[in-house]
Design a protein. Sequence first.
Length: 241
Amino acid sequence: MHSPVSYNSACNPELEKSNFTAFMGYYQTAWHTLSVYIQVVKSSNRCFAIMFPARYRTAFTCKNTIIFLGISSFFCFSHVTLFIYYGCYYFYSNQFYAWSFYKPECDESPGAVINLFTQIALVSFTLCLDCLILGLLWKRRTQNTRSKHGNREKRFFFQTCLTSLFHAGMLIPPRLLKPLTTNQFLIFLTGTPSMMTFHAMNEFLFVAFTLNTIRKKNDSHVTAISKTTHTPMNTSTITPA
C-alpha cells in the first residue's frame, strides 16, 4: 500500500521517471509504513501502562523500544525490496502531485498487497487497543477512582485515538475512494493533498498535546516553588535569648 501513490496512464512516465524519483518513492513508502508501526508502539505503551502498571517501567524501556523499531524498520524496507524485485518502479506525477507506479499491474504486486494488508492490520490493531483503553478508563471512572493520573491517561488516550484515525485517513482515500470516481480533481484530492492534510493534522495534534503537557508541568513547578519560598515561619519553636 502506498498512501500517496496512484497510477495515471495519461502521464508520460518516460518524461518523469528517473532513478532518483524511484528511490524517493521507495523511501517515502517505507517511512510512511514505519510511522504506522510507531503508532502501534504508542497505543501499546499506554495500554500496558494502564493494565500492568507494576511491570510497565521494566517492559517499555528505551532499549526494548529501539529493538522494536529496528525490527519494524526491517519489515518496512523489506516491502520495498519486493517492489524492486518485481520491477515496480516509481515516477512522480506532475498532474496529480503523487507517486505513481511505472506499470499499472504493480498495484496488485506482492509488495503492494503485503504493504496494504500490513497497514490495514496495524491501523485496525491500534484502534482496537484504543477502544480497550477507553473501556478501562470508563470502568475506572464508574468505580470513582478518578484522579489527576487518570486525567492524564484520558488526554493521552484521545491523542492516541485521534492519531489512529488520522492514519486511517491516510490509508482510506488513495486506496478505497480513488477507484470510485473518474473525476480528475477528486482523484487529485485523494492523492498527496489528502495524505499531507492528515499528516499535518497528526503533527498539529502532537504539538498541541505536547505544549499542553509542558505548560501544566511548568505551572506545577512554579506553584511548588511559590509554596516553598512563602512558607510561614513556625515561631512556636523559637526560644527567647
